[in-house]
Design a protein around this ligand. Structure first.
Ligand SMILES: Nc1ncnc2c1ncn2[C@@H]1O[C@H](COP(=O)(O)OP(=O)(O)OP(=O)(O)O)[C@@H](O)[C@H]1O
Length: 428
């Protein structure tokens, strides 16, 4: 589908199949993984608590039209609202929204925020370091850190932390070993469900540098095949996209679906479009964030690309990954030097017998954050140092925002979203 504020850059990259227009609604989840024998965390917010505003989809920018839509065109608010902020169609509001109990009534397990921790195996660098051993243990949903453990296993201090999910990925012989498929099934698949119900979802990976965030989110494409089953190293994002199109195929007789993707990075507090076909590798255009008076911060000039198959989407994903800023640091041979945000907009319309069916729209944000780092371990030259400072500063801002939201209570304090581009954009 076409977006008023989103210039339609040239079609799909080489090999991409013919695009189809589509624009979706939203839902939100977050996830992060761990590394270095240390846990990486994954937060998921399935947006089960309805996104504040629910309103009909505007016909001028949506292929799917509702009978009442033409009236909305006369309202300037609808004219200038970016497509990415078009929430769930009023008529198609999922029933679960209406049934959502208030916070006091529901248990923690029904929270719309899920946090998972994954423990990765030690890497070759850690394995050859003298006297290095794992200090993490996972039991059920608890992670235990043996903070004072010594080489001879003498007494130490232990600390336990509980999460919604914990994953042990250190040795494949372990009975609870969690591979990429297990991670997706537990963390990613429920978000696909929510997205098809019309919620916005956001999943992000958070952790220190080299903890395995990119591995968990994107994984490794070992055989360049579109078949997920034969490629065990693929991460949550490709699996999510594959599952999305599998379900669309299953429901094609009853539901018309449109999918659109965007991919951008925040590098040194600047936004770069990773899917811009006009971008030269070393001269990326810097995009601006704009604050919409109703729908909040957005990136008006970000390109959005309609896709009609997993193959087409994968071509965009490969292009975006190739343009992402990475570098070798003292901690990671291919360290992400930017936060990347892969966005899918899914729009579903029931094939009704009448003139127009009901529309559900969901925005899916899959975020691979850059890792926090100690300058003494990673920063070996001026550029890395500058990147590291920027990364740490924005992660600090993210921490402050999460903390403020968590402590907000009834006396909601000022939430410092504007302290970094990342938190400003994630505000919506
Ligand atoms: N669960 C895992 N199983 C096997 N290897 C892993 C796993 N997690 C991470 N790795 C490996 O560890 C290394 C570092 O992982 P990755 O690059 O994903 O870390 P990162 O957290 O994204 O780092 P940065 O923040 O610096 O970008 C990679 O070589 C990756 O293949």
């Amino acid at each position: 589908m076409s977006c008023r504020n989103t210039p339609r850059t040239p079609k799909n990259p080489p090999n991409a199949s013919t695009p189809k227009s589509t624009k979706p609604p939203k839902r939100c989840d977050v996830s992060n993984g761990s590394s270095t024998g240390k846990p990486n965390t994954t937060f998921t917010n399935d947006g089960r608590s309805p996104r504040k505003r629910v309103h009909p989809v505007t016909p001028s920018r949506d292929t799917f039209q509702t009978p009442t839509a033409p009236q909305k065109r006369e309202n300037p608010q609808y004219y200038f609202t970016p497509d990415c902020f078009m929430d769930v169609s009023l008529n198609a509001t999922p029933k679960v929204l209406k049934k959502t109990p208030n916070v006091k009534e529901r248990g923690a397990e029904e929270s719309n925020l899920t946090v998972a921790v994954r423990v990765r195996p030690m890497n070759p660098r850690e394995l050859i370091m003298p006297a290095v051993q794992s200090i993490i243990e996972v039991n059920g949903n608890e992670v235990t850190v043996l903070a004072g453990k010594t080489a001879d296993n003498s007494a130490g201090i232990t600390r336990g932390f509980n999460y919604d999910h914990t994953f042990w990925s250190c040795n494949s012989e372990h009975e609870n070993y969690a591979d990429q498929k297990v991670i997706f099934d537990k963390i990613g698949a429920p978000l696909v469900d929510r997205a098809f119900e019309g919620y916005n979802v956001c999943l992000f990976a958070y952790g220190q540098t080299s903890s395995g965030k990119s591995y968990s989110m994107m994984g490794i494409d070992t055989d360049n095949s579109i078949a997920i089953g034969v490629n065990s190293e693929l991460g949550i994002i490709p699996r999510f996209c594959h599952e999305l199109f599998r379900r669309i195929e299953d429901m094609k007789d009853t539901t018309l679906a449109q999918v659109e993707v965007s991919y951008f990075e925040i590098y040194n507090e600047k936004i770069h479009d990773l899917l811009s076909v006009t971008t030269c590798h070393n001269t990326k255009n810097v995009l601006k964030v704009r604050e919409h008076h109703i729908y909040g911060p957005h990136v008006p000039d970000l390109s959005a690309h309609p896709v009609d198959s997993y193959t087409a989407l994968k071509n965009w994903m490969i292009l975006g990954n190739s343009q992402r800023a990475t570098a070798t640091t003292g901690m990671n041979d291919k360290s992400s030097r930017s936060h990347s945000i892969f966005t899918i907009v899914l729009k579903l319309c029931d094939r009704g017998t009448g003139t127009a069916g009901q529309t559900r729209r969901s925005k899916i944000s899959l975020v691979d954050l850059a890792g926090s780092e100690r300058m003494s371990h990673t920063a070996d030259n001026g550029e890395r140092l500058k990147e590291g400072i920027s990364i740490n500063r924005s992660l600090l801002a993210l921490g402050k925002v999460i903390k403020t939201l968590g402590n907000a209570g009834e006396n909601q304090k000022h939430v410092p979203y504007r302290d970094s581009v990342l938190t400003w954009l994630l505000k919506c």
